[in-house]
Every structure is written in C-alpha cells, then in structure tokens.
Ligand binder design. Structure first.
Ligand code: GAL
Length: 305
C-alpha cells in the first residue's frame, strides 16, 4: 500500500478536522500507529489519533485534558491540571511508551504552570490501553533538576527520559525505573552549555543517534546529531544535518515503520504567531555507506507500510 503526505500542508483526520498532535510521538500497537501530540484547543492538552497506513488518521480521543483523572504517586508531584484562577497549565512534547512488565502505557511530558516557563518540570500519566484517557500522576523535577524539551527512548529492557536542563543549557539522560514511573538515575549530562532542545533518538545498525535543535523558541534552526554505542556511554560531539533551518522544522520524534524497517524524521513546522496553525513535516531518514544519517527535503513523502 503506497500513500503520500504533502509536507507543511494542513493535515486532516478522516472526519475532515485538522490534526492537532504537535510536538508528538507515535506508538505502534497491534497493527495500528497511535499518534499522540499537543492539542491546545479548548480544555485539551493531548489528543491521540490512530492509523494503519500513516496517512488516514482517525481521531480517537483527548487523552489528557484539564478534567483528567489524577492519582497520587509514590513520588511527590504537583497534580494540578489547572491554574489557581481556573486557566490551563502548559503541557508540551508528550511521549508514550509501553511497559511490558506492568502492561501500562506511560506518558512523559514537559509541564509548565501556564503563566511562564519557570516550573521546568516533567510530568507523567498512565493508561491501560493506547486509546484510553490517561490518569495524570503529576509533575516533578527529575532528581531535582529543571526539565523542559524532552523525549523517551526504549532500549531493550531499559527506557530513558532525555530532557533539557539548567535553563536548557545541558541535555540530561535519565534511566527510568522498571515501571517507567520515575527516574532511576541520571546517566549522562550531554553537551553542557550548548543549549540543545527537541531531542529525538533512533537506533540504526547498532548505533544510537540523537538529533536535537538549538534553543530559539518557535523559530527553526540548524539540527545537529550525535552518536553513541550505548545510551549510557560516551556520546560524540555534534554534527550538522539538513540545512540551516532543518527545512523549517524542529524534531518531534523518529518513526520506525515495523513492516519495512524504514525510519522517518517527524518534525514540527511551528507557527509561533498562530500556534494552532503549526504544521508537520515527515522526511525519510537515510544512512550512507558509513552509517551516517542523511536528511533531505521532499515536498511529498511516500510512506510504505
Ligand atoms: C521551543 C520548544 C517548544 C516550545 C517553544 C516555546 O524551543 O522546542 O516545545 O517550548 O520553544 O517557545
């Protein structure tokens, strides 16, 4: 089955509504891709869409809203999903992974108080199925650190949470506890003082690649990547990839197509003046003979599932 997506256009779900899944993530589960992302309309924080061909997306539900269920967690967290005056907090970059030991779908995200970016916290939420509303377990500072732009990466029996710390100057890598509901240890502090944001990790041919942007708010900038032989090992220095604005995108996540082994770079093309008009860009990620990543721009993307 071959389908096309036009990069930077408004993407609609199969009901004809604009897809709001910004700064998102995808999970493959029982033959379907679930696309989670920021939805800032109404009382929503995160919505999930479902597709088996990566082109026709069905809106499933809002998985996190101002009214979502909250639950006390063994870690002391801030459980407020509204500001004191009834407004919205700020939830960004939701990422979801499945925990085989507990059977839970676990979301990690970036949380701010809705007024400014000073809380710099991560937050977690859990569900029993990929299309279920999440229970919010609250926000906290991992190991006491600031935590903003973030991602998750499952590596065999371990999972990692990666987030920008120290006012975005350093990128921290935390190994998660077995249930994925807390950080177990801070295992790496990468590129200190280089202000990397929007991290996304992919593994190819035994090597780990971490892409990240520079820190310029909604404005796009030069993406760079680094490599490592293990998540907890030494990471290389940063190498430029794509053009100076990364084709007007900022990384959201890497998509691994299960059936073909193809990898796609999935990114946001933010509209800083009108957030809800932000778009998506999907580009095939290729590797040269030396296993170096190559990212080229295409207006249209054919995805084979
Ligand atoms: C970007 C970040 C986005 C959002 C934005 C706000 O750098 O990647 O997720 O936080 O700043 O200005």
């Amino acid at each position: 089955m071959e389908k096309k997506l036009i990069n930077g256009e408004i993407w609609k779900d199969i009901s004809g509504n604009t897809i709001h899944a910004h700064g998102g993530h995808m999970l493959f589960w029982q033959g379907n891709y679930y696309w989670y992302g920021e939805n800032r309309t109404g009382n929503r924080y995160v919505s999930v869409y479902k597709s088996n061909d990566l082109v026709n997306w069905e809106y499933v539900r809002d998985v996190l809203t101002t009214n979502s269920r909250t639950m006390e967690h063994r870690v002391r967290t801030d459980l407020r999903l509204k500001t004191d005056d009834g407004g919205k907090i700020n939830i960004e970059r939701p990422k979801v992974i499945y925990n085989e030991k507990t059977g839970k779908f676990v979301m990690w995200m970036h949380m701010e108080n809705g007024k400014n970016y000073n809380q710099a916290a991560c937050a977690i939420a859990v569900a029993n199925a990929p299309d279920e509303e999440l229970t919010y377990l609250g926000a906290f500072n991992p190991c006491g650190y600031m935590s903003r732009d973030c991602t998750l990466f499952v590596d065999g029996s371990e999972a990692y949470f990666i987030s920008a710390s120290r006012d975005n100057a350093d990128l921290h890598v935390y190994r998660l506890t077995e249930d994925y509901l807390n950080v177990d240890a801070l295992v790496n502090r990468l590129w200190q003082g280089e202000y990397r944001e929007a991290p996304a990790v992919v593994k190819h041919d035994g090597k780990y690649f971490m892409f990240s942007s520079f820190c310029t708010g909604w404005a796009p900038n030069q993406c760079k990547y680094a490599t490592a032989r293990s998540m907890e090992g030494r990471w290389s220095m940063l190498t430029k990839i794509g053009d100076e604005t990364t084709y007007r995108t900022q990384p959201a996540f890497f998509l691994n197509v299960e059936s073909t082994g193809d990898i796609y770079y999935v990114a946001d093309r933010w509209n800083g003046k009108d957030y809800n008009d932000s778009r998506y860009v999907i580009l095939p990620l290729k590797f040269d003979a030396d296993n170096n990543p190559v990212l080229e721009y295409h207006e249209e993307v054919k995805i084979i599932v």
